[in-house]
Every structure is written in C-alpha cells, then in structure tokens.
Design a protein around this ligand. Sequence first.
Ligand code: ADP
Length: 540
Amino acid sequence: MLSTMHDGPLSIARILAQGTGPHGSSEVVTWTGAEPRRRSYAEVGRRVAQLAHALRQLGVTGDQRVATFMWNNAEHLETYLAVPSMGAVLHTLNIRLFPEQITYIADHAEDHVVVVDGSLLPLFGKILPTLSTVRHVIVANGDASALEAPAGVQVHDYDQLLRGHPDTFDWPEVDEHAAAAMCYTSGTTGNPKGVVYSHRSIWLHSMQVCMSDGMGLAQSDRGLAVVPMFHAMSWGLPYAALMVGASLVMPDRFLQPEPLVRMLSTLHPTMAAAVPTIWQGVLQHLDADPQDISALREVVVGGSACPPSLMRSFQERYGVPVLHAWGMTETSPLGSVARPPAAATGEAQWPYRESQGRLSSAVEARLIGEGGTEQPWDGKSVGELEVRGPWVASSYYRDDDPDKFDDGWLRTGDVGTLSPDGFLRLTDRAKDVIKSGGEWISSVELENQIVAHPAVAEAMVVGVPDEKWDERPLAAVVLLDGQQADAAELREFLTGRVAKWQVPDHWAFLAEAPKTSVGKYDKKHLRKQHAEGGLDIKHA
Ligand code: ADP
C-alpha cells in the first residue's frame, strides 16, 4: 500500500522560501574589521533571485557547477542559496589547498563559474589561468578590474551583475535526489575526492542540525559560523539557519582569536561552531583579556577530538558548555553529538560529553574488527567505524574508491568503540594510531593528557619509526606564552595518567603547530619534518 502523503520534493528552494519569507527579519551579519555589515534574510532573498537571473544570463543551465572561492560572508550565503535553488550545483572550493589541488578539483568538477572574494584575488589570479573549464569569474567585495582574465574568461563585479534584475525568480521544481552541492575531501592519500550532496540529503541533515538532540539550532539562535563554508558546508549551519530562521554571524577573513572574541562579546551569538584549535586560541585570548561571552548557550566543536581539558576550561571559566560532535565531509558532516543521557548528572556527564556522542537515528553504524568481523557494542571491543544513511556518501564523484566503500557502507578510517547505549568513543584515526611493540597507542589520548598540563597550549603526537619497537610516539608541544616546561617535566606529568610504556621518549618544542587547510593538526607534515631531520628532538 502506498501512503496518502503528498510527494513534493525536499528542495533548497523551499528552505530559501521559508528563510527569506516568514523569517525575512532574521539577518546575516558579516564582520568587516570595522562596522559589521547587516543584511536581513528578506533582502538576501531578493538578492538571491537577482543572482539566479544573472547566472542564467551567463548561461548557467542544468546541473552546471558554480564554484565559490570565498570566506564566510553574506555573498557566500547568497550563492549557497541561489545556485541549488535554480537547479545548478554549488561547489565550495577550499581556498587553503595547494594551487595544484585547487586546479585538479575545479577541473574534475568542471566548474563553469567561480564567485571569488576580492581579498582573495592575488591568490586566485595565479590559479585562474590553469583552470580549463571556467568561463566566468564573479568578484564579490573587491575590484574586479584587478583580475587579469585569460582568453575565453569574462570577469564581472558581483553587485553590478545583480543590478537591474528582477528580485523574484520562478524557481524550477527539482528532483530531490538531484545534486545540489559538492565538496572535495582534502585527500590525505591520492587526489581529493568529490562528495555530492542532494537536495534531499541537505534537507534531512539540516533537520538534524536543528533537532534539540542535534545541534539544537533554533529560530531564537544567532549562530557564529567560524567553520568555513568550504569545510563540509560549514557543518550544515547555513542551510539549517535558513530552514528555521536563525540569524547568522559570519567572520569573513577575521579568524584570529582577537576578532573572534570581539564578535562573541559585541554581536552576542548564542551558538558557535569551530574546530578545537580555534577554541584553544579563543580560550587563551579570553584568559589574557576576559570578556563577557555569556550570550553563548553552547559552542560546537568537532573535526578532530576535542581535548577534555579545553571543554572543562570553557565551562568552568566562562560558563559555556562545549558540545562535542563527530562527522566527516562524507557524512554532510553531522554524524553524532555528545549530549549526555538525562540520568547522568554532575561529574557523571563528563565521560559522555568527552566521547564523540550518539549517532543520529538516520546514521546506521557498525564496527569492523581486524579480520573483518563485526564487533559488539560493548564499549570495549575495538573496530573501524562504518556508517551509512541518507546523508552519508556511498560513492565519490567520478572516482572509484573500493577501499572507502563496502556495499553502501562508508569506511570512516576512524577506530574506536560503541557502548550498549550507543556512545561512540574514538581512539584515533587508523592511520594515526601508533603501533609500538605489537601494542597500539592512541595519539589522541596522549595529546589530551599532555595539553592538560598548565604550561601547554597545544600538543600533537605522531608515531615515528623505531628499530626495536616499530614505532614510538613523538610529542610536539607549543607552550603557552611566558610558560616553561621541559621534556622531563612533561614525562613526569604523564606518569600515572597513561601507561608507562606509552609515555613519549621523543619531544619537540615548537613555536607553532603545523595545521591543515581546515585548521586540524597536520600530522603528515610533522612526520615529514621529523623524517627530514627538521625537528630539534629532546629526549628525557
Ligand atoms: P579531513 O580528512 O580533511 O580532516 P574531514 O573534515 O572530513 O576531512 O575529516 C573527518 C575526520 O575528522 C573524521 O574521519 C575523524 O577522523 C575526524 N573527526 C571529526 N570529528 C571528530 C571528533 N569529534 N573526534 C575525533 N575525530 C574527529
């Protein structure tokens, strides 16, 4: 028997209509370093229609790709809304990748148009001549005449392009399974891989972002989206915000702790999302120069394991709870969030909050142990996490990767346990686990313990080759300004916190930790530095 329900598609155009119509008085606020730029969602809606007309005039039809090379700001949000609503495909380019990777990705996706931030023109200008499918470049917030166009490419000014077009658009009806947006993984091995989200997957994922047991984004919120719109779609915040009418605060290119703290204290966002290294910097800045950030009801942290000491410091010193979440570009990205069960109160909440949380009901999971056997959810048995679900990729765009997918299941590359009550606890990424004398050492656990030392700002741990043990941990540490600690003291600090044989014997003290294009610790880089003899290693 079929249902009696209407079968209309779940589309981005519906999210746009709701966000810019009934929620037209909500707003997107873009930080500029001086007076912030405010734009109501009603105005965003009018400009989105104008942008869609302009893109049609440039010849964008069907599922052509319109890429962005942008910071988080109002114009990026408008492009997010216009492109999928008109049936085309949004492609967010990661501005921090190596130029050759950007060229590979834009060519692989066959981007036809690129919307670029004026402040990024010096960088983009070097890449543009290498792009083989781009025919139009639209410059937002900058001087389009500063860009030299190669033959066959036209350059336009964003605002001028919109001018004169009608501020309504007859949005086409799309198939909800059709592509709406795409994002490439940063490709730790081989070339980057394209993940293509559908209108339906974005809809369902947005609802999860808004569920109270998800990120709980609501109309009453003002979300500070620190996580870039090119990093797994800013974790779903832009579409979810329009879906429920939550306002957005966009940091543009001002991603250092000082401006972020000013945004928190003057624009009063109620929630904010970023990777742990960002929150680490914000916390240090707040400690040096305390500000009132009490408008925040919660901050979301994910992308890599959040050190428990960081979560506790935020809560204890500033009264702001930190919500730990797990996900991947391939999972849209929200897979799980660490909200403790109601029965856990006080100190008993922490083991739950420090975990990667419970997977959403739409995300099925299994743990695959060595030898390919499925492991029980007993909180002890370790395996690689595999997931599947309506907002989880089951293949890459025009790229076979049999190692990553198994009959519809995504092999996450993350290793850990699942408890009987569904809490995921990741020990490490499979490729970062340190194999020492036949035993496994979790690099994440060591990092969490080292960063708990009061003199330590940041800690990263990798396995380095060892003749006797195969691999031994190397800890690279950044100390807090004005603080002192040497290898012997840090070793001593770890005693009793981790097993004796796990304590690192190689230590390096760095001025700055190497980070990836999305602000995670760049362990590949650290291993390379070590292999090339570029680190001043101390042995305690
Ligand atoms: P990249 O591979 O460039 O880091 P993603 O942002 O898609 O790209 O990374 C997804 C990976 O990030 C996950 O597979 C996992 O290893 C890690 N990750 C994300 N959230 C967490 C978390 N809360 N705790 C531990 N690891 C996390």
